[in-house]
Ligand binder design. Structure first.
Ligand code: BV8
Ligand code: ZN
Length: 260
């Protein structure tokens, strides 16, 4: 494994020869946009809880208003920030490869919509989307107005989740909570993309959350080169061929420039 501070000629040659690129992104790719990662401590109403505590069906069962407000606050924050150069570089790279008859697929662990707002097509939202809502009991989809919070300050009081128009149960966010199965269609599509790729790029993930963190390892069995982008070592760095140690907002534009 090579630990690099910049895109070397060797990496440039590898990237230039790749026509099928599979990308797995995590919270780190949205960090430079101002979206907190899962490693960061919670604030305000949620300061005594970890993200892993709050993102569970148990937490929603015992404290529906607290969990619901956490998701509405995160929605409001995401709506007020913009994609960063990491997101736009992937969109540009994807467009370039598609124009040349190749492809760049994006499987993300992020529930935000910043990849799409940067103009990229996302193959798989492995952990769902924070802007989807459905009934926690009957699964009836629910359309909701955007949250009315302005600024980034956490709301002083929790608000109750709305109820389902079909069965009256509580409406929940359309994300995958810990202990819940991933959408198999998305996971299978992401697995197939990794298996058919020339190069796999892993950007902004700690490699802690399963089964998403195992996806890049599917490339190992085919000897496909693996590139990590992360300012620090992650739980899957050892499996990588190249570790670009820097922020994705800098490293992804450099990779896209090398490729195009
Ligand atoms: C399931 C949606 C089973 C909600 C999320 C095997 C071993 C151990 C544990 C398990 C296992 N299998 C399953 C588990 C349990 C669990 C798990 O993995 N727990 C972990 C904590 C140990 N997995 C599950 O529960 C999964 N479900 O297994 O179901 C099952 C089977 C049968 C039947 C029923 C059930 C479901 C997991 C999905 C949970 N939902 N999100 C929400 O968002 O609210 S996960 C959530 O956390 C995010 O989506 C994201 O995926 C994850 C955070 O991880 P990262 O994205 O990697 O982000 P993180 O903050 O950790 O790190 C940021 C990284 O970026 C850092 O490395 C940092 O250095 C870097 N960085 C920072 N700045 C930058 C940067 N990089 C680049 N540029 C920068 N500028
Ligand atoms: Zn219902």
């Amino acid at each position: 494994m090579q630990v690099l501070s910049h895109v070397t000629d060797e990496l440039t040659d590898l990237i230039r020869s790749a026509t099928r690129v599979a990308v797995l992104s995590g919270a780190g790719i949205s960090a430079e946009s101002g979206v907190p990662t899962f490693r960061e401590a919670q604030t305000g109403l949620w300061e005594q809880f970890s993200a892993e505590d709050l993102a569970t069906s148990d937490a929603f069962h015992f404290a529906p208003a607290l969990v619901w407000t956490w998701y509405r606050w995160r929605q409001s924050l995401i709506l007020q920030v913009e994609p960063n150069p990491g997101h736009t570089a992937l969109a540009r790279w994807q467009q370039g490869l598609r124009a040349a008859g190749g492809d760049l697929s994006i499987a993300t662990q992020n529930v935000d919509d910043l990849h799409e707002r940067a103009g990229a097509h996302v193959l798989a939202h492995l952990h769902g989307s924070i802007f989807d809502h459905r009934c926690a009991e009957c699964g009836e989809p629910a359309e909701l107005p955007v949250p009315g919070y302005d600024g980034f300050a956490a709301p002083p009081e929790p608000e109750d989740p709305p109820t389902c128009t079909a069965c009256g149960a509580l409406v929940r966010p359309g994300v995958v909570w810990f202990g819940e199965m991933l959408p198999m269609e998305a996971f299978d599509a992401a697995s197939a993309a990794v298996r058919s790729a020339d190069v796999v790029v892993v950007a902004g993930t700690s490699g802690i959350v399963q089964p998403a963190a195992s996806l890049p390892l599917l490339a190992l069995e085919r000897g496909t080169p693996l590139i990590e982008i992360n300012p620090v070592e992650s739980d899957i760095s050892d499996a990588m061929d190249y570790c670009l140690r820097g922020p994705s907002g800098t490293m992804l534009p450099a990779l896209a420039d090398a490729a195009l």
